[in-house]
Design a protein around this ligand. Structure first.
Ligand code: G4P
Length: 528
């Protein structure tokens, strides 16, 4: 093991962003196969027995065939350690996805070659852009009829306002897909469709005039390749690592995850270009990964994964230092010291103790509710990492209990689920019904299912006379006090005790904003 600086330098912590069906799961599996998987938090979309053995509430995931929970997979390639954070693909779970993206240093954007940029790709890309997360693009499914590569490149540039530099160039497509020309190393990488889609060893070429190209491809394909590459080199920006790191330019690889084609090039690209853990901004200063003292933040909480262990796991992204099992760290929000005796590398059915970890790594910390999203742990220093957000929910409903005697239990369940980030919960200042907020309607199904399965409470969600929620802030406490007095019937507290304005409709929100100019109505709240 090296120093934190050396260990950080060989880590690449990244996520894959994609519109559902573009091939994220397939690509993940292939990356794990290609690199020697060290740990995998459950098979990605676990199949067969592994899937059946998962905890009960994942039945929803199974029934609907979507990936609801994020997990972490670690694999090695050459001398690099890759931490791949899975993001839930379904748009209803985008809030979880946003938070996962706060814990990565770069992203791979997967695009379906026939469909191009789709709605969810664009949404996720915008989140990456907020933090200038560098992006490598993988245009997938070239073994099928796809769109013209020039067209796809133009679409990336125009719809995302992102400069695109082809890193490889496809030769044919669909049934005639023969491989790619590697523009970064001047190599021909072919695969033999006849022989079980085997990938042939790359052929080094000395430029496009190399006769190896003529020996390997039929004359029409060879001529088209030469013409395309010349045009691509003339039209597109060349790859530039600084522009990529700044989030302005993306290298574009073409391939087929299903046929294993282009995975090696993509991994090499991640290894050579993707950033190792970057300095993280905290309230008092910026923390560099090479620092010797441990510091990290919680970006995700997962509760009741396994009905036999009714505990919660906090996912901690390490930002600095050399973490060792048994270490005592400061939980900055409560100012308490915690001994981390049983940290785990991820949460498949088999949990493995994490003996040590370095910047860029993610460890799971079992706890009984003391850790929350956005919390910072340090080796004593009083600092808080910034940038883990909560978004105002887009749908709000009232919770109704079938058995009023279980109100206390329901309260506990709702608060725990909110702390985990599965939903948001608001307790109105007047009245006793809790209001639950989510980003997408499928989350209500997951919540009712979990409340029944994990807490044994029968509850249903009903429409509430609430249209939007905004976190309230003011610089002058007296103004805030007056606002609270005047708007008590529209105010609530979230699970953290933060003040929230619940508007009845768009007009109510707008009018109140105009009447109270010194109050800020925030649609995003940073966890502190
Ligand atoms: P997702 O996680 O982004 O939602 O996508 P996933 O990998 O599950 O892939 C969606 C579908 O696209 C799957 O087909 C998968 O086999 C297919 N696919 C992924 N990569 C490629 C590729 O490179 N080429 C081709 N031709 N197909 C690809 P499915 O029929 O929906 O599922 P399955 O029954 O094959 O699992």
């Amino acid at each position: 093991m090296g120093t934190p600086a050396e260990e950080a330098a060989r880590r690449r912590t990244f996520a894959i962003i994609a519109h559902p069906d573009a091939g994220k799961t397939t690509l993940t599996e292939k990356l794990l196969l290609f690199g020697g998987a060290i740990q995998a938090a459950g098979a990605v979309k676990a199949r067969g027995d592994a899937r059946r053995a998962r905890s009960d509430w994942m039945k929803i995931e199974r029934d609907r065939g979507i990936s609801v929970t994020a997990s972490v997979m670690t694999f090695e390639h050459n001398d690099c350690i890759f931490n791949l954070l899975d993001t839930p693909g379904h748009e209803d779970f985008s809030e979880d996805t946003y938070r996962v993206l706060t814990a990565v240093d770069s992203a791979v954007m997967v695009i379906d070659g026939a469909r191009g940029i789709q709605a969810q790709t664009r949404k996720l890309f915008e989140v990456c852009r907020l933090r200038d997360v560098p992006i490598i693009t993988f245009v997938n499914k070239f073994d099928r009829e796809s769109r013209d590569p020039f067209d796809l490149i133009q679409e990336i540039e125009e719809t995302l306002a992102l400069e695109a530099s082809p890193a490889s160039w496809p030769i044919g497509m669909g049934r005639d897909f023969r491989g790619c020309y590697d523009l970064l190393h001047d190599r021909l990488v072919l695969f033999d469709r006849g022989a079980g889609d085997r990938i042939l060893p790359a052929e080094e070429c000395h430029g496009l005039d190399d006769p190896k190209i003529d020996a390997a491809l039929d004359p029409v394909l060879a001529a088209k390749l030469r013409e395309d590459v010349e045009m691509a080199r003339g039209l597109c920006q060349p790859f530039d690592r600084d522009a990529y790191l700044a989030g302005h330019r993306t290298p574009v690889f073409f391939g087929s995850a299903l046929k294993n084609f282009g995975i090696g090039e993509l991994l090499d690209g991640l290894e050579r270009f993707a950033p190792s853990p970057r300095p993280q901004v905290a309230d008092t200063r910026t923390v560099a990964p090479a620092e010797t003292k441990v510091a990290g933040f919680v970006f995700k909480i997962q509760a009741n994964m396994d009905p036999n262990h009714r505990d919660r796991i906090a996912f901690l992204r390490l930002c600095a230092g050399h973490f060792r099992r048994g270490m005592k760290v400061k939980h900055v929000r409560s100012a308490k010291t915690m001994a981390i005796n049983a940290p785990v590398f991820f949460l498949a059915r088999d949990r493995e103790l994490a003996e040590e970890a370095f910047p860029g790594d993610i460890i799971g910390i079992p706890n009984h509710g003391s850790l929350r999203i956005g919390d910072t742990l340090t080796e004593g220093e009083d600092l808080r990492f910034l940038g883990v957000p909560s978004f105002a929910p887009e749908m709000l409903q009232r919770v109704r209990l079938e058995d009023p005697m279980r109100a206390k239990h329901l309260q506990r369940a709702l608060i725990q689920l909110a702390e985990e980030g599965a939903s948001q919960v608001f307790r109105p200042m007047i009245g006793s019904d809790w209001i639950v907020g989510v980003v997408g309607p499928l989350q209500f199904d997951v919540l009712s299912h979990r409340i029944a399965a994990e807490y044994d409470i029968r509850a249903r969600f009903e429409p509430a006379p609430v249209d939007a929620a905004r976190w309230i802030e003011a610089d002058d406490p007296k103004v805030l006090e007056r606002f609270v007095e005047a708007n008590r019937s529209a105010l609530a507290e979230d699970h953290d005790g933060a003040l929230v304005f619940l508007s009845r409709n768009a007009w109510h929100l707008r009018q109140t904003g105009e009447d109270w100019k010194d109050i800020r109505f925030n649609a995003i709240r940073e966890h502190r």
